[in-house]
Design a protein around this ligand. Structure first.
Ligand code: GH3
Ligand code: MG
Length: 459
């Protein structure tokens, strides 16, 4: 995931250091050396996240943060305060100013990347939600129930805490008192299994339990359908970097180091809960607009009109941010044969099942539409073409490897799909991009069907 990060500090070597670190992880870095300059860069460049030094002459970090959060246009941009290690009071002041997270100096790589990524993921979802609502307005649906466009969905929810130490759990309970409903589990081999049974909004796991392998719990949580998208926050002991790296690689969303600072813990928990809220909202919104916009009774997917109208906004926003939008153009192979041999009603059932499988295999920010009879398009914001290719391959396999059970007495039907993949280029219109993807789809058909082909942009 690439993102544009603005680094603000009045000490040039500090800026250089963070810039070098972030650039090495493929973030795009903007810089500013004072509060007023930061505000100017923000209003001009719309960065995805701001790393803000607290101590600056003139306008300090708190004031900059307050101004970012007070302006409707910039309030949704996540702000990370960079504070001196020995200033816990800064954290309280930072929270009051509306900061989303903290880093302490000297900034450690692991903390930096974990926090930046976590907040960028949150912002991607928030942006998508807003774009979709803008599309709804463009299409003249005055009656679309508007989800809160305000930046702050409440950060509360149902939290599971997994730790063996009673003392720790008691302290956590006190810290999270008014954040949500708490459930405690004191470890055991079946923790992850038990966690599946309830809809948690956040799971906090200790990685230093004696009788339970916390990492294993996390890896199971990531593999179960029910808990795959639930944010995980882990607690580790200071200095146990190896364990932490493995946890982050596994897809754990954030971490806190023991002894846990109460304010910091609270901020982290709230960020994760808010992110979950947005993800849920996106899904809700997805289903709602689907019902409102769809003229396609068969699959329940977005129609062509919605797709192209939304894609226009998306391509513009990708251009502005210097990011890539990818599309998959998919067409069921020899679908006419299904109709001819099994009848139109069975054909419809295949289309329905096909649409459902697409839905299951894409992210909440992606958008699936029925483009024509048995042609479907998936649009994926902020997705480079090689990821898109990977997702297309996964979809192709999912279709080909699992015959469609549409209630025939001869058993399930073998279905395959051909897919063309294309990534947007600057100033392209939706129809140009779709045409490029369509050419790739044609090549996949020519190449024998049940294939994925990436558009050849040179030829
Ligand atoms: P190819 O592999 O080249 O894509 O072959 P194909 O048979 O899938 O392609 P073709 O374009 O020749 O046929 C598409 C068929 O899809 C023809 C049309 O009757 C059928 N179709 C289109 N919309 C619907 C629908 O809503 N329901 C059903 N049952 N069939 C549909
Ligand atoms: Mg076809």
């Amino acid at each position: 995931m690439t993102a544009r990060v603005l680094v603000v500090d009045d000490v040039p070597p500090n800026v250089k250091l963070l810039e070098a670190k972030l650039t090495s992880e493929y973030f795009d870095v903007l810089t500013a050396f004072s509060g007023p300059e930061a505000l100017e860069v923000i209003s001009r460049e719309h960065p995805d996240i701001v790393l803000l030094d607290v101590m600056m002459p003139g306008m300090d970090g708190f004031e900059v943060c307050r101004r970012i959060k007070a302006d409707k246009v910039t309030a949704h941009i996540p702000v990370v305060m960079v504070t001196a290690l020995d200033q816990p009071s800064d954290r309280v002041a930072g929270l009051d100013a509306g900061a989303d997270d903290f880093l302490t100096k000297p900034v450690q790589d692991l903390a930096l990347f974990a926090r930046v990524r976590s907040l960028v993921r949150l912002k991607v979802m928030m942006d998508e939600l807003r774009n979709r609502e803008a599309t709804g307005v463009n299409m003249g649906w005055d009656n679309v129930p508007s989800t809160e466009l305000e930046i702050n969905l409440p950060a509360d929810g149902s939290i599971l805490i997994v730790d063996e130490q009673e003392r720790v759990m008691e302290r956590i309970a006190r810290a999270l008192d008014d954040v949500g409903e708490l459930t405690f589990m004191s470890g055991g081999d079946d923790v992850a299994e038990r966690a599946r049974e309830k809809n948690f909004d956040l799971i906090i796991v200790s990685l230093t339990m004696r009788n339970t392998d916390g990492l294993r719990v996390c890896s199971k949580l990531r593999s179960f359908e029910e808990t795959r998208h639930v944010p995980i926050l882990v607690m580790v002991d200071d200095g146990n970097t190896k364990l932490l790296v493995r946890a982050l690689e596994m897809g754990v969303n954030d971490y806190v180091v023991r002894p846990v600072d109460r304010m910091e813990f609270l901020a982290r928990v709230k960020t994760q809960l808010r992110r979950k809220r947005y993800a849920d909202k996106l899904w809700e919104n997805f289903h709602m607009s689907m019902q409102l916009a769809t003229t396609d009774a068969v699959t329940g997917l977005y129609n062509r009109h919605y797709l192209t109208s939304h894609m226009e906004t998306q391509i513009q926003s990708a251009d502005r941010k210097g990011k890539t939008l990818s599309v998959l153009m998919m067409d069921i192979d020899h679908f006419k044969r299904v109709n001819d041999t099994q009848g139109h009603a069975v054909g419809d059932r295949v289309l329905k099942e096909f649409a459902m499988r697409i839905g299951k295999n894409i992210r909440g920010v992606d958008l699936a539409a029925r483009y024509g009879g048995e042609e479907f398009v998936v649009m994926m914001p902020e997705t480079p073409v090689d990821w898109a290719l990977m997702i297309a391959e996964r979809l192709r396999e999912e279709i080909a490897d699992n015959p469609f059970d549409v209630g025939l007495k001869d058993g399930p039907l073998n279905i395959t799909v051909s897919i063309g993949v294309a990534a947007s280029q600057a100033d392209e219109t939706p129809s140009q991009l779709l045409e490029v993807a369509d050419k790739a789809l044609y090549a996949a058909k020519e190449g024998g069907r049940n294939k994925v082909v990436v558009a050849d942009r040179d030829g």
